[in-house]
Ligand binder design. Structure first.
Ligand code: UDP
Length: 339
């Protein structure tokens, strides 16, 4: 049985991926500082997967604690989710973002180097493409330095990993997520937005449940069919499965150095209004909204060409927008039942 370190394994995408790993017979060790999660997620992972991962609550900047984990376990690979991810906040606290997202990454890579471990999967983002000149976006689309410090940590993380793989002959996979949405079909795992959500789907969900009065749609004068901005919303469980496939591919590679890069999206763009309509249809609820000015820094359109992931990993996003949004609503009801 292979042992995988999952950093940020109690987070949104991390927790779903841990379940998939456990269900595929990996031994999982989670390191998570709980800065954006809660302990019940660990219990729920066990409920869903029937196994409890090993869990260490600490900040990955604590090198000495990380060292002890690597001493205690023979680790075969890492999926690195641990990162701050609030775009707006990153503009106010850039140093916190660089320190947290990059120091923790480097600390793990130092352990990998010292112990001759390979197989590293990095959570990247379609933010590395900025507003691409062409749609859909494939992996050869030129990168543009993102505006936010958050986005920059993703692009810098990718560069660090490319150098790491090349210099030390390691296998890495950079997974560029489009917009992850939805919750586990059991309604036991999902996103835990802290405070007022910035992302569209958590805001829509909280509006439908009455926590927020109205959704603000940031702009309806974009050059898109209905004027609202277009994104590629990919179901989180589909996304989680891609991690397992990317890991299995890395582990099966014979060459010393591998740098895999995959876009993970559905290949279909949906506008903000289409998301609202889909949510209302799937859940038979109303989402009151108002049209507002554009949000600073937002791009008009981004959707993936994910053919490479299908070709090389045998992965394809399978879940419809309606279905993904139905799971989100079930998760919201679960959260409210816990209060
Ligand atoms: N959006 C919106 N109202 C909100 C949150 C988001 O209209 O309260 C829009 C946002 O302008 C963008 C889309 O929804 O066009 C997706 O935004 P999100 O922040 O979820 O993802 P990202 O902008 O990073 O793609």
């Amino acid at each position: 049985m292979k042992t995988i370190l999952v950093t940020g394994g109690l987070g949104y995408i991390g927790s779903h991926t841990v379940v998939e790993l456990l269900q595929n017979n990996f031994h999982v060790i989670i390191v998570d500082d709980m800065s954006n999660s809660e302990k019940f997620i660990l219990d729920n992972i066990e409920k869903v997967a029937g196994k409890r991962p090993v869990f260490f609550p600490f900040d990955l900047k604590r090198k000495e604690l990380l060292y002890q984990v690597f001493e205690a376990y023979e680790i075969d690979g890492c999926i690195n989710f641990a990162a701050f991810k609030a775009v707006g906040e990153s503009q106010e606290k850039p140093l916190d973002y660089y320190e947290n997202n990059l120091f923790s990454l480097i600390n793990i890579l130092q352990e990998f180097k010292a112990r001759n471990i390979s197989n590293f999967i990095f959570s990247s983002s379609c933010t590395v493409y900025g507003q691409a000149d062409q749609q859909p976006i494939d992996e050869n689309t030129p990168l543009k330095m993102p505006e936010s410090s958050y986005g920059k940590t993703k692009q810098m993380g990718e560069e660090i990993l490319k150098d790491f793989a090349t210099a030390y002959k390691k296998k890495v996979s950079l997974l560029r997520y489009f917009n992850p949405i939805g919750s586990h079909p059991t309604a036991l795992l999902g996103e835990l937005p802290i405070g007022v959500p910035n992302n569209l789907v958590p805001y829509v969900t909280q509006t439908a449940s009455g926590i927020r009065e109205k959704l603000s749609i940031w702009g309806n004068d974009y050059d898109t069919p209905d004027g609202t901005a277009v994104r590629d919303y990919v179901y989180v469980v589909d996304l989680a499965k891609a991690h397992v496939k990317a890991l299995q591919k890395l582990m099966a590679e014979n060459s010393d150095t591998v740098i895999d890069i995959y876009n993970l999206g559905t290949g279909k763009g949906s506008s903000v209004l289409e998301v609202v309509e889909s949510f209302e249809r799937a859940n038979e609820v109303k989402v009151p909204y108002q049209i507002c000015e554009r949000r600073a820094g937002d791009i008009t359109i981004a959707y993936a060409n994910a053919d490479k992931a299908e070709r090389e990993l045998g992965w394809k996003a399978e879940t419809s927008l309606d279905e993904a949004l139905r799971t989100t609503w079930e998760w919201q009801k679960y959260l409210e039942s816990r209060k």
